[in-house]
Design a protein around this ligand. Structure first.
Ligand SMILES: Cc1ncc(COP(=O)(O)O)c(C=O)c1O
Length: 359
C-alpha cells in the first residue's frame, strides 16, 4: 500500500483555523459567554413554536428555494425575490460570494483587523488577501482600501460596523469610496450588526445597493434576531450576483427549522427590536463606565466593545474568566466583549475597573 496521502490543494496550507468564542465554563462560578457576539435573550415564543413545528418533518429535505423566507424578506426590504440569496449563516453566504468571484491570481481586499472569517474564506478560494490596516481610530481606511485596488481585485469586504472594533464608516465617505471602485469589482457590505446602529449618518446598505449593481449587502439572523444556532443569513444583491449565489449554495443548506424560525422572527420584529433597544442602552452604559474608569474605547455601533490592550490582552482575558465572564482575546492586540445580560456586563465592568487600578 502506498504511504502517500491524497493530494490536497496547496491553498489550504497555513489557513488560520476559525476560533469560536470560548464557551462559559460549566460548573464554574457564574459564567457568562461574552465571546461570540450572541444575543443573550432566548428565542421569542412564536419563534420557538415555529421551529418546534418544523422539527416534526425532520425526515424531509427543507424547501431548497427557501420560498417562505424569500417572500418575507422581499416584502420586508422592498426588493425583488431575484435579488435575494440565503445561506448557512452570513459567513456561508460570504464564502459563496468568494466562490462566485475569486480564485487563484485574484485579489480580495478587506480591512484588518476585521471579521476573522475573511482571511480564512479568502485563502480557501485561492485568491490573495490584501489586508489594509484600520486607521489609528480603529476605523476602515477607505482611501487606503481604494488605493489598494488593482486590475486583479475581484471583491472588497466593508464590515460596517466592524467586528471586532464596533466602529463604522458613514454615508459620505462610503459613497466616495464606492465611486472609486471599478464597476466590475464586487463590494460586499457586511452588515451583520446593522440593527444595533443608532447613528443616522451610517447608511443602510440596502439603500446603497439599489443603484449600485456592484454592491451586495450581507445580513444575518444570528445577532439581533438571536438565531445564531440555526445558521441562516442572506444577501441582497443585483440579479447576476444573487443568481451566482444560488449556484454556489450548498443544496438544502438552510434547514426548515431555520427558515421557519427566521420568518417568525421577522414577524415578531417589534418585540425583537425592543430587546435590541435594551442591549443598545446597556452598550451605552458599558462604554460610559469604561471611559469613566480611564479606558480608551472606540465608539461602538454593535453589540460589543473593543479594548486595545496590546501585551496585556491575555492577562485581561484571564482576569475576566476568573471573575466569571469569557471575553474574546486577540493575542497581543486587544479584546472584544459582547454586551449581554446586565449582571454579566457588571461582572465585566468590575473586572475592567480592578485591572485598570493595577496598571
Ligand atoms: C461581521 C460579521 N459578519 C458575519 C458574521 C457571521 O455570522 P453568521 O454566519 O452567524 O451569520 C459575523 C459573526 O460573528 C460577523 O461578526
Amino acid at each position: 500500500m502506498s504511504e502517500t496521502s491524497p493530494k490536497l490543494r496547496a491553498e489550504l496550507e497555513g489557513i488560520p483555523t476559525y476560533k469560536p468564542g470560548k464557551a462559559a465554563a460549566a460548573g464554574g462560578p457564574v459564567a457568562y459567554k461574552l465571546s461570540s457576539n450572541e444575543n443573550p435573550y432566548p428565542p421569542l415564543p412564536g419563534v420557538m413554536e415555529s421551529a418546534v413545528a418544523a422539527a416534526g418533518s425532520f425526515n424531509r429535505y427543507p424547501d431548497m428555494a427557501c420560498t417562505g423566507l424569500m417572500n418575507e424578506l422581499a416584502e420586508r426590504f422592498a426588493v425583488p425575490v431575484t435579488h435575494l440569496a440565503t445561506g448557512t449563516g452570513s459567513v456561508g453566504v460570504a464564502q459563496q460570494l468568494l466562490q462566485a468571484t475569486s480564485g487563484p491570481g485574484d485579489e480580495v481586499i478587506y480591512a484588518w483587523r476585521s471579521f476573522e472569517a475573511y482571511p480564512i474564506i479568502t485563502q480557501i478560494s485561492g485568491a490573495k488577501a490584501v489586508e489594509v490596516p484600520l486607521t489609528s481610530g480603529e476605523v476602515h481606511d477607505l482611501d487606503a482600501m481604494a488605493d489598494a485596488i488593482t486590475d486583479r481585485t475581484r471583491l472588497i469586504f466593508v464590515c460596517n460596523p466592524n467586528n471586532p472594533t464596533g466602529t463604522v464608516v458613514r454615508r459620505a465617505e462610503l459613497e466616495r469610496f464606492l465611486d472609486r471602485v471599478p464597476s466590475d469589482v464586487l463590494v460586499v457590505l457586511d452588515e451583520a450588526y446593522r440593527e444595533f446602529i443608532r447613528d443616522a449618518e451610517v447608511p443602510d446598505g440596502v439603500q446603497i445597493y439599489r443603484d449600485r449593481p456592484n454592491v451586495a449587502v450581507l445580513r444575518t439572523f444570528s445577532k439581533a434576531y438571536g438565531l445564531a444556532g440555526l445558521r441562516v443569513g442572506f444577501a441582497i444583491a443585483h440579479e447576476p450576483v444573487a443568481a451566482a449565489l444560488r449556484k454556489t449554495a450548498v443544496p438544502f443548506g438552510v434547514s426548515q427549522l431555520a427558515q421557519d424560525a427566521a420568518v417568525a422572527s421577522l414577524r415578531a420584529e417589534d418585540e425583537l427590536l425592543g430587546r435590541v433597544g435594551s442591549l443598545v442602552c446597556e452598550r451605552n452604559r458599558v462604554v460610559e463606565a469604561l471611559r469613566a474608569q480611564g479606558w480608551t474605547v472606540p465608539e461602538t455601533h454593535a453589540n460589543f466593545v473593543w479594548l486595545r490592550l496590546g501585551e496585556r490582552t491575555a492577562d485581561f482575558a484571564a482576569a475576566c474568566e476568573q471573575a466569571g465572564v469569557v471575553v474574546r482575546p486577540f493575542a497581543g492586540e486587544g479584546m472584544r466583549a459582547t454586551i449581554a445580560e446586565t449582571e454579566a456586563n457588571d461582572v465585566f465592568l468590575n473586572t475592567a475597573a480592578a485591572f485598570r487600578k493595577e496598571l
